[in-house]
Design a binder for this molecule. Structure first.
Ligand SMILES: Nc1nc2c([nH]c(=O)n2[C@H]2C[C@H](O)[C@@H](COP(=O)(O)OP(=O)(O)OP(=O)(O)O)O2)c(=O)[nH]1
Length: 200
């Protein structure tokens, strides 16, 4: 989906900080994901959030105003099966290739975190999942420009993950969590996951 153009509406001011809604012009569909057999779809939200972007504006050091986009949300799925979690080795870009992560990716404008996880698991692993509770805390990345949130998940319908975008997949027990090199942001989430796997 592409967004362009802007009309800034309803600004509200708190001290030096102002929050505004920016109206996007949106190209492409916003109806969410569906499985190839059409068996499950993610409903379109009642308000078309893809048409709006929250914009934070602050006072710059020279007295002018500077726009600070809200942090991008990256979601990950900690898919658990038989007391093991699915770890995925990144194939790109080169600086992180071979590092391990939870399947997932960026939440698109107007998309819920759950819908993004269902879409990413289908795109990356060709599996259908059920999303459960959050695991660990939100982790700020890229100098605060993005935030990583990981959710527990389980496979549906006996689906078997395929590495469509990763270079390798591994099912890790609690004792094996440190046998791979995770992306740095994942460390607190892996730590929070350990007792859950041990208890599974
Ligand atoms: N999926 C995922 N990304 C993570 C994790 N930990 C972590 O630091 N990241 C980082 C790596 C990337 O910089 C970013 C995710 O971006 P991505 O490129 O995978 O997202 P995407 O699938 O939406 O990719 P694209 O459509 O923009 O190509 O978050 C994790 O556990 N899972």
């Amino acid at each position: 989906m592409l967004s362009c153009g802007l009309i800034v509406a309803f600004p509200c001011l708190f001290g030096g900080l102002s929050l505004s809604l920016r109206r996007n012009c949106v190209h492409g569909h916003t109806s969410g994901s569906s499985w190839p057999d059409g068996s499950a779809t993610v409903p379109k939200p009642p308000i078309d959030l893809a048409r709006w972007t929250l914009v934070r504006t602050e006072q710059a050091s020279d007295g002018g105003r500077v726009e600070r986009p809200e942090p991008k949300v990256i979601v990950g799925a900690a898919i658990i099966r038989n007391g093991r979690v699915l770890a995925c080795a990144r194939s790109a870009p080169p600086e992180v290739a071979g590092k391990w992560e939870f399947p997932g990716g960026k939440v698109e404008p107007g998309e819920s975190e759950t819908a993004a996880l269902l879409r990413e698991c289908a795109e990356e692993l060709a599996v259908r999942v059920e999303i459960g509770d959050r695991v660990g805390r939100s982790v700020r990345m890229a100098h605060g420009r993005s935030v990583l949130k990981v959710y527990l998940a389980r496979l549906l319908h006996g689906d078997r993950p395929q590495a469509l975008e990763h270079s390798a997949l591994r099912w890790l027990s609690a004792a094996e969590l440190d046998s791979v090199t995770w992306l740095p942001a994942d460390a607190p989430i892996v730590a929070a996951l350990r007792p859950l796997l041990a208890a599974d």
